[in-house]
Design a protein around this ligand. Sequence first.
Ligand code: FAD
Ligand code: NAP
Length: 548
Amino acid sequence: MTDERTNPTTVDAIVVGAGLAGLYATHRLHSMGLSIQCFEAGSGVGGTWFWNRYPGARCDVESLDYSFSFSPELQKEWRWTERYATQSEILLYLEHVAGRYALHQHYSFSTRIVSAHLDESSLLWTVASEDGRTWTARFVIFATGPLSTSNIPAIEGLGEFSGRILHTGQWPREEVDFAGLRVAVIGTGSSGIQAIPQIAQKARHLFVFQRTPNFSIPARNFAWDGEALDEALGSYDTRRALSLASKAGTPHPSSPTRTFDVNDEEREALFEAAWERGGATFSKTFADQLVDPAANQYAVDFVHRKILSIVEDPEVAKKLLPIDHAIGAKRICVDIGYFETYNRDNVTLVDLNATPIETIEKTGIRTTAAFYEVDDIVLATGFDALTGTLNRIDIRGRRGQLLRDVWADGPRTFLGLAVAGFPNLFIVNGPGSPSVLANMVLTAEQHVDWIANAIAYLSSSGFAGIEANVDAQDAWGDHVSATAAGTIIGKGHSWYTGANIPGKSPVFMPYVGGLDVYRTRCDELAASDYGGFTLLDAATSQGVTDSS
Ligand code: FAD
Ligand code: NAP
C-alpha cells in the first residue's frame, strides 16, 4: 500500500459513517496497515444508536447476538443487562468498542460528506465535506447506514406548528420531558410502537395518529441475572456458529414444521408458545409462514385474536388490526406493552384511514373529523431507507455519471457491495445485501471482512482497483428480485420497496436469500479471484482481468 501518512488529506481508504459498520471498517482497515481517514456527520460514534434516542428505543435482535463477534475477548467482557438492550446501553457499548480499539482518532466528527468523485485516470476518489475540505483516497467505503435519513412527511402546515416537532431518528441528546403535555405521535412502525407506551406514561394526553396498523409481538424482555448471563457467555461459540449458519444471523432456527402438518389445536399451541417466547422469531413458528399466503393467514388470525383480547374497547381494537398485509411482509414489530397502552384513559387512537390529516396548524393537527390541540408532535415516520442517504451525496463514477441517476429506477448493485462504473467504492449494509433482513452487526462484519480481503488481494497481486461487471451486477439484481418473488416479504406498502417515500421507484431492495447463502456466494467469488469483478491496472485504470 502507498504510505501517504505524511499528507493527511491523501490516504489509502476513506470510511464514511461511525455506526457499527463504519467502526468495524475503521478497525479492520487500520489493522491491515492502511492509512485511513474517517468521517461522521454526528458529533460522536454510534450511528443508529447515536441518533435514535427516543423513549423506548431498543434493539429487537437479542443483544447477545446484536453485538460484534470479531473479538472473543470483547464478546466476553461486555455484560449486557437485558435481553434487548436500550439505546443508551447499545451506545455505551459502541463507545466502549471505539475506545478499546482507539477508533476516535481516525474520525473527523460533525463532518458531513457531500461528494465523492472518481478520477478515472488515477483511480483515486476525491471526497468533499460540507464545509469545503477535500481528501483523496484509493478506496471509499460508504458505511452510511440503511436507515439513517429521516422521512419528514410533507404534511401541509407542518412548518406552522408552534410546539416541538421531534423525529424519532433525530432525537435530541438532552432529555425530552413530556410531563403534563399533550403529545401527538404520527406513525406506528417499529419506532412508534416502541415510543408510544413510554410517552403515554409521561404525557398528560397522547394522541396516536395511525395510518396503517402493524403487527407487533411482545418482546418478553428480561434483565439478565449474573449466573444465567455467565452461562450464556460460556456457550457463545455455539450461539455464534448457529447465527453464522442461519439466514437471519441469529441462533434461532426456523421450525421445520409446516402450518398444515399439524391440527388446529397443535397449531394454536405452537403459536401460543412463540407468542410467550416473544420477539421477532414469531415469524419462524412454521416453516412456510413467510412463503405461503394461506399458511401466513393462520399467523395473521392468531395475532388478530391476541389484539382483540388485549385491547378492551372493541372499536379501538378493531382499528388496530392489520388487515392490508401479511405478517412479515413488512418488518414485524416487537413491543413492550404496546397494545395494552390503548387501555389507558390518557391515550386516543386517531384512525387516519377513516379521517386523514388535512393540515397541521399552529396549535395542533386537523383531520377531516376533528382538531387535536397538542404541545408536541413526534414524527415516527421512518426513513428514506437503503438508498436515501447515498442518493443525497454527489457520487460520480466513470464518465462523471451520478450514482443517483444510475439508480433512478431503483438501486443496482453487485452483492450490495459494489456498483459497476464506480471502481473501488464499497457499500456496507446497502441495497442488494441481506442487511436489513438479518442481524446487521453480523452482516456489517461480513461485508467489511470481504471488502478488507479484496483490498488486501489487490495489494498483494499488484492491482490498483476492482470494479463490478455489468453482467454480474444484472444477474445479481435479477436473483435478488426472483428470490423475493418467492416469499411474502415486501408484498406491502413499506420501506423495503421505497413505497413509503413519494416518487421513489418501487423496487424490492434487500436480499431475501439469507446471510448463510449470501456469505457462501461472496466467499466463492473471492476464492475464484473475484469472479464477476474486473481487476484494474493502476497505470491505465483499464481491466487486466475480467473475472466474470
Ligand atoms: P448507521 O448506524 O445508520 O450509521 C451510519 C452513520 O453514517 C450515521 O451515524 C450517519 O450520521 C453517518 N452518515 C450518513 N451519511 C453521512 C455523510 N454523508 N457524511 C458523514 N456521515 C454520514 N438492526 C438489527 O439488526 N437489529 C436491531 O435490533 C435493530 N434495531 C434498530 C432500531 C432502530 C431504532 C433503528 C432505526 C434501526 C435498527 N436496526 C436494527 C437497524 C440499524 O440501522 C442497524 O442495525 C445498524 O445500526 C446499522 O449500522 P450502520 O453502521 O450500517 O449504519
Ligand atoms: P416505518 O416502519 O417506515 O414506519 C413509519 C410509520 O409512519 C408508518 O406507520 C407510516 O404509515 C407512518 N407514516 C409515514 N408517513 C406518514 C404520513 N405522511 N402520515 C401518517 N403516517 C405516516 O419507520 P420506523 O418505525 O422508524 O421503522 C423503520 C425500521 O427501522 C424498522 O422497520 C426496523 O427495521 C428499524 N427499527 C427497529 C426497531 C427495533 O425494534 N429494534 C425500532 C425502530 C426501528 P404507513 O405504514 O401507512 O406508511
